[in-house]
Design a protein around this ligand. Structure first.
Ligand SMILES: Nc1ncnc2c1ncn2[C@@H]1O[C@H](COP(=O)(O)OP(=O)(O)OP(=O)(O)O)[C@@H](O)[C@H]1O
Length: 740
């Protein structure tokens, strides 16, 4: 999800004509409300202090000095680059009438607009993507009085919106031209411009009366199909110039302009509602009225859908240029709305025709800023649009299933299982160790018990020995003494044997205790025991028959006492050892329990993970089956469409054949008529030749006639002259005859 990028652009002040006919920049004096721009924040001040609820921050704020190229670079370029990568993109300009939307989108010769810059950038970027091949299509439409007109085809009006298979709005019958260069695209743009609806209002001499959408469809595929499968990326780029919101009181619209204004305001209001709902506005989204107007229906993907969108909100304020009394801070520039002293912005050449009204644009600017402020909270979810062939789809699904299998049985769970197995091994080892220690303890306990018993036996024997010694001291050398001395020796031999046994037992125990983890205390015990054994050896060697029996007795007593002492020490050491072993055993048990708990937890985690993965797998399986169903449905739909198209084609072919027949009949008729015509022409020619000949004849006859007439006239004149001459002669003759 990513937010829509929103920027506000303030247009510069318009030069207004002075009384002398020259132009000057008007001051914004007279009002006490003004806008302050501080970095990317715009705030309304009243009497110098900020107005509550009228402070807004945006991604970018452009002042009057910003060029279209700058606006393009900051706000539009990322959308264009993304469109080349397969993301849908939409850029639109929104704002009150005459605030500079068309200037931003279409620009001028000196400052090309966003559309031209985008077209050039699009082709440049595509050229740089050497590993892909591109196809660009262009269409250009306008929404005028809620009717959709194709700006590239004259007379193609009132087009209908239809839902395609993906339930996206598409305009039926809209001309879409494939273009190969920026120049070709811009030529089409220019063609469309000439068909746009413009009108004059008090606010703008060339006010756009419709919303226009310049659309480019960008299709691309990898040149090397092995790289990305044969998926085709198709993205749609909409560059939209909206008509401006307007107040009749300000625009002075009447008649047709008034009607247009109503449609414009209605569709902009619906756009505002859609943006408001999408922005959350502190409430749950609810129904989004995309179908409330054709504009929102066409722009649906750009508003909370699958597209990257940038909105340029144009506003109408003028910096205070002539108010020297107002200090201009270093950190911010102050701008004022067109206040009462500022006339409507009319271009100089048209100013004479338009009335110079006064107005305040605070409310309109505030409305635009509020719209922009809401729009910045709208989130879109743009993704690369790829079209896959069936083979690619199946391949991708196979890979997905493989990945899922991997996730189920693959490295992660293997590692986890290994860990669990290791820990189980550890536990088993600890258990064995514990058993061994318990056995050792048991043996130790038994040994102690035996030692205790032998000690007790020795202690019992000691008073008897003492008594014997006393008796030996008190009695003189006699045969009885000799006998008892032999008995004593025998007793000593028995004791020596016992001690020897004891030593061997201890040695065995020491051998058992030489485990790797035995502590230094145990070693010490071992040494002590070794010492004891050495003493026993001494003892054994010392109880060899000596020079005198008395000496023997005392030495035996000493040795026994030392031995007893050693045994006592050893006993206490062994008791200590026992308690330490118990402690160790306790620790081992605690550790084992802890490990068991960990192991159990890991096992639970593993089971949960497995369940989760299985659930995910099931979901994906369901999704896959849904997709397959969808695919089947699409195939059926495609089949139906193909059949329909085939039927249409057949119908068209039949019509074509009929038409061809008609055409050949017409041709024959035409030929017959032509032959007739030719005959008639020949006849006519013949007649005309005859007529000409007759005319020539007639002319000759006429000429002859006139010749004859002339001749006749001459003869007549001659005869008249003769008659006259004759009558003269007769008169003369009469006169010559004398009167009677
Ligand atoms: N940033 C700017 N720099 C220079 N001139 C500008 C700028 N913005 C607007 N103008 C000028 O202001 C006038 C009105 O601008 P424009 O026609 O673009 O407004 P509009 O918002 O499209 O209005 P309408 O909604 O009525 O069509 C134009 O003459 C335009 O050249």
């Amino acid at each position: 999800m990513e937010k829509i990028s929103v920027a506000v652009r303030f247009r510069p002040p318009t030069p207004t004509p002075t009384a002398g006919g020259t132009s000057s920049t008007s001051s914004g004096g007279g009002g006490d409300r003004e806008w302050r721009i501080e970095d990317a924040r715009v705030s309304l001040l009243h009497g110098g202090s900020p107005v509550h609820g009228a402070s807004f921050s945006f991604d970018h704020v452009f002042d009057g000095a910003a060029t279209n190229a700058r606006v393009y670079g900051v706000l539009v370029r990322p959308v264009i680059r993304a469109a080349v990568d397969g993301f849908n993109g939409t850029v639109f300009a929104y704002g009150q009438t005459s605030s500079g939307k068309t200037h931003t989108m279409s620009g001028s010769g000196a400052d090309p607009g966003v559309i031209e810059l985008a077209v050039r950038d699009l082709f440049d970027t595509a050229r740089q993507a050497v590993d892909r091949e591109f196809c660009f299509k262009v269409s250009y439409m306008e929404i005028y009085n809620e009717d959709i007109n194709d700006l590239l085809t004259l007379g193609s009006q009132k087009l209908q919106i239809l839902d395609n298979l993906k339930h996206e709005a598409c305009v039926e019958g809209l001309r879409e031209d494939v273009v190969e260069s920026a120049e070709q695209t811009l030529d089409l743009l220019e063609l469309g411009e000439t068909n746009r609806h413009f009108g004059q209002s008090n606010m703008n001499v060339r006010s756009t009366r419709s919303h226009t959408i310049f659309r480019m469809v960008i299709e691309s595929r990898a040149k090397n199909k092995m790289d990305f499968g044969d998926a085709i990326r198709v993205s749609v780029l909409n560059l939209v110039d909206l008509a401006g919101s307007e107040r009749t009181s300000k625009t002075g619209a009447q008649g047709i302009r008034l009607e247009e204004g109503k449609f414009i305001n209605k569709s902009l209001m619906n756009l505002g509602i859609v943006i408001n709902r999408l922005s959350g506005n502190g409430k749950k989204m609810g129904h989004i009225p995309y179908r409330g107007s054709k504009l929102t229906r066409i722009l649906e993907p750009a508003l909370g859908g699958n597209a990257k969108t940038s909105i340029i909100c144009t506003a109408y304020v003028a910096p205070i240029l002539h108010r020297s009394a107002v200090p201009v801070s270093d950190t911010y520039r102050r701008v004022a709305v067109f206040v009462s002293a500022y006339p409507y912005p009319v271009s100089v050449q048209h100013s004479a025709q338009l009335p110079l009204k006064r107005s305040i644009h605070i409310d309109e600017t505030k409305g635009t800023l509020q719209f922009a402020n809401r729009a910045k909270y709208v989130s879109n979810c743009a993704q690369v649009n790829e079209i896959f062939t069936d083979a690619v789809l199946i391949e991708r699904q196979k890979q997905e299933i493989k990945e899922l299998r991997k996730r189920l049985q693959g490295s992660d769970s293997e590692a986890m299982e290994q860990l669990v197995l290791n820990q189980c091994d550890d536990i088993r080892k600890y258990k064995l160790e514990l058993d061994r220690l318990t056995m050792e303890l048991e043996q130790e306990r038994k040994l102690r018990e035996e030692e205790r018993i032998s000690q007790e036996t020795l202690e019992h024997q000691l008073p008897g020995e003492k008594k014997t010694q006393e008796d030996l001291n008190n009695t003189s050398t006699s045969s009885d003494q000799f006998t008892s001395s032999i008995e004593y020796k025998l007793e000593l031999d028995r004791l020596t044997m016992e001690i020897e046994q004891e030593r061997k037992l201890r040695e065995e125990r020491i051998l058992q205790e030489t485990l790797e983890h035995q502590l230094s205390g145990e070693k010490k015990t071992l040494e002590d025991l070794k010492k004891a054994s050495t003493s026993s050896d001494h003892f054994i060697s010392s109880i060899e028959p000596g020079p005198t029996e008395e000496q023997d007795c005392s030495s035996v007593r000493q040795v026994v006492e030392t031995e007893l002492e050693l045994l006592r020490e050893e006993n206490s050491l062994l008791v200590q050892e026992l308690s330490r072993s118990k402690e160790e055993a306790g620790c081992a048990v605690a550790k084992m329990q802890e490990l068991e708990v960990r192991c159990q937890k890991l096992e639970e985690d593993r089971i949960a993970d497995r369940q989760e993965a299985e659930e995910e797998c099931n979901l994906l399986r369901e999704e896959t089956s849904c997709l397959l169903l969808e695919l089947n449905r699409s195939k059926q739909e495609a089949g139906r469409l193909v059949a329909e198209k085939q039927a249409q084609v057949e119908g068209a072919l039949a019509r074509c054949a009929a038409l061809e027949e008609e055409l050949s009949a017409s041709r024959r008729e035409a030929e017959r008529l032509a032959a007739e015509k030719r005959d008639l022409a020949t006849e006519k020619l013949r007649w005309s030749t005859e007529a000409a000949e007759r005319e020539v004849d007639a002319a000759a006859v006429g000429w002859e006639l006139s010749q004859r007439e002339e001749q006749l006239a001459r003869l007549l004149a001659k005869s008249k002259a003769i008659v006259a001459h004759a009558s003269c002669m007769a008169a003369e003759q009469q006169a010559a005859v004398p009167c009677p």
